[in-house]
Write a protein that binds this ligand. Structure first.
Ligand code: TRP
Length: 366
């Protein structure tokens, strides 16, 4: 028997193409961990979750699902090493969503800060569907179906992971007799079915967008729907256009004016994407002293970003020409994901005494 590797699970709701915020928030970590080879990696495209707000646009959800698959492959997720799969094709996830929904209170779900923020951003008030409120539980099922050790995500996902851990502990206590005092790291050794996974947040916790700040001076995060994003699939010309128009120090009218580096998107982006640290430090000093123009700094930033995204864009173009292959990748990844999730579901059924026809004992009790 080959010893199975610990698992890594994460994913995205298909809302459109992925951008630089996704790269620094989580994609970069995913590719690195895939290459280090210590985990079996599972990447879920959460298409069912897209229905929570966009149930009227099924064709678009399908298109966005393929877009996320293309962006994953473009970003360097390698189907020879990792599994990319489609949420709606994993029946165990739907079954476990129902069961797990009993292990968390309704009020607890509605207190989830990410859910609350979304209700606010999307102006849903009290009009949101029952399914919308259910989606964090669905995400718990996405995660626990794979019993992963690590979950690389953006910061906004942490409240969901916290809830997943609460449900995992509760399941272990109620159905596996794990003592409530057992620490997270020992839940499995103590007989719990579910290990407690660790989140892994990217080197930039929250990448800002390219637009001007609000009245209070706060920048919004990079987001496609806010129109302030550089997509991983943008062409060099599109990137140049966005960067040349980006917000910098509004008080600096000419290159000879002293500029402010702090909280200036131009420098936040250089710190994030320009590998030549020496250039950055030297240019910051010149910027402060009014000895370098915005245009020169922006051109350098265009170079930095294009050198990151251009290989991705080329890979994407290649995959776009071969969608058959992309569907095969998804089909293989989904088959492997089903193998793992089915095992978890069977174990769950055993633990909750609802295994009537497999591994059964012939008695009214178990
Ligand atoms: N909610 C995540 C997002 O909006 C997507 C997601 C669904 C996810 N299931 C997951 C992320 C499981 C990590 C683990 O992007």
């Amino acid at each position: 028997m080959t010893l199975e590797k610990p698992k890594l699970l994460t994913g995205d709701t298909p809302t459109g193409k992925l951008h630089l915020g996704h790269w620094v928030g989580t994609l970069e970590n995913r590719v690195r961990l895939q290459e280090e080879g210590n985990y079996e990696c599972f990447f879920i495209i959460a298409n069912t979750h897209a229905f929570t707000t966009r149930y009227k646009d099924p064709a678009q959800i399908r298109e966005n699902t393929i877009d996320v698959a293309l962006d994953y492959l473009a970003a360097g997720i390698d189907p020879a090493k990792s599994n990319i799969f489609i949420q709606s094709e994993i029946p165990a996830i739907a079954e476990l969503t129902f069961l797990f929904s009993m292990l968390v209170s309704h009020a607890r779900v509605l207190r989830n800060p990410t859910l609350k923020q979304e209700l606010k951003d999307k102006d849903l008030g009290d009009k949101f569907s029952f399914g919308f409120a259910l989606y964090p539980v669905g995400q718990i099922a996405d995660i626990l179906s794979f019993r992963p050790s690590v979950i690389p995500v953006g910061e906004d996902q942490l409240p969901h992971l916290e809830m997943a851990n609460e449900v995992a502990r509760r399941f272990n206590q109620i159905y596996c007799n794990v003592d409530p005092a057992i620490p997270d790291s020992e839940q499995e050794a103590a007989g719990g079915l579910f290990p407690i996974p660790h989140p892994l947040v990217g080197r930039v916790r929250r990448l800002i967008g390219m637009s001007a700040p609000d009245e209070k001076g706060n920048f919004s995060k990079m987001s496609k729907s806010l129109g302030n994003a550089i997509m991983l699939s943008d062409s060099p010309d599109e990137i140049k256009d966005k960067i040349m128009k980006m917000y910098t120090d509004p008080n600096r009218l000419r290159a000879s004016d002293p500029g402010t580096v702090e909280n200036n998107p131009l420098w936040i982006f250089h710190d994030t994407f320009t590998l030549d640290r020496e250039w950055v430090e030297e240019a910051k000093a010149r910027y402060r002293a009014g000895k370098i123009g915005d245009v020169e700094c922006k051109k350098k930033l265009v170079e930095s970003v294009v050198s990151l995204t251009e290989p991705m864009r080329q890979r994407r173009l290649d995959y776009e020409k071969n969608l058959d292959h992309v569907f095969n990748v998804l089909s293989d990844g989904t088959a492997r994901a089903n193998e793992v999730a089915e095992i978890t579901l069977n174990e769950v059924k055993l633990k909750i005494h609802q295994n009537y026809f497999t591994g059964r004992k012939l008695s009214l009790e178990m």
